[in-house]
Design a protein. Structure first.
Length: 144
């Protein structure tokens, strides 16, 4: 009986250590070929680099716009934020990405949060951002 109790307890511990799946509202197809990303200077540059790279891998032409820049001619534009934490190493604790249509309506969003003491929390930020972009934009962008 003690082996069964140990196995059940171990199962609860392992399940509690998994990083929760991101909450994603995908963007409806078709996607325009260009997306404007409004730079957030308060967030580590590595996040923007990973985000731009993931969008380009999907086939987007990415235009980085300064925070005070105009996005009026962008069919899609994006804002993002991210928080980093330290626990033996620096890791991406949470991230939010919003995609807006040219009517300034939310067209999609992704929310990622590791929580605390999770086994997968040290995954690379680039891999996490790529996963979020893949879920936000299923498929690839194709030229009209």
């Amino acid at each position: 009986m003690s082996k069964l109790m140990f196995a059940v307890l171990l199962g609860f511990v392992v399940a509690g250590c998994a990083v929760p799946a991101p909450k994603v509202l995908p963007v409806a197809r078709p996607f325009p070929i260009e997306i404007c990303v409004i730079e957030n200077p308060r967030i580590r540059q590595g996040f923007l680099d990973a985000y731009q790279s993931a969008l380009e891998a999907k086939g987007f032409h990415v235009r980085i716009v300064p925070p005070s820049g105009a996005v009026g001619d962008c069919a899609l534009f994006s804002r993002y934020t991210a928080d980093w934490n330290w626990d033996l190493a620096v890791y991406l604790k949470s991230a939010m990405i919003w995609i807006y249509s040219d009517e300034h309506r939310v067209a999609g969003q992704a929310i990622y949060n590791t929580g605390y003491f999770k086994l997968g929390m040290y995954a690379s930020a680039k891999d996490t951002v790529t996963e979020l972009v893949d879920q936000l934009f299923p498929g690839t962008v194709t030229a009209p």
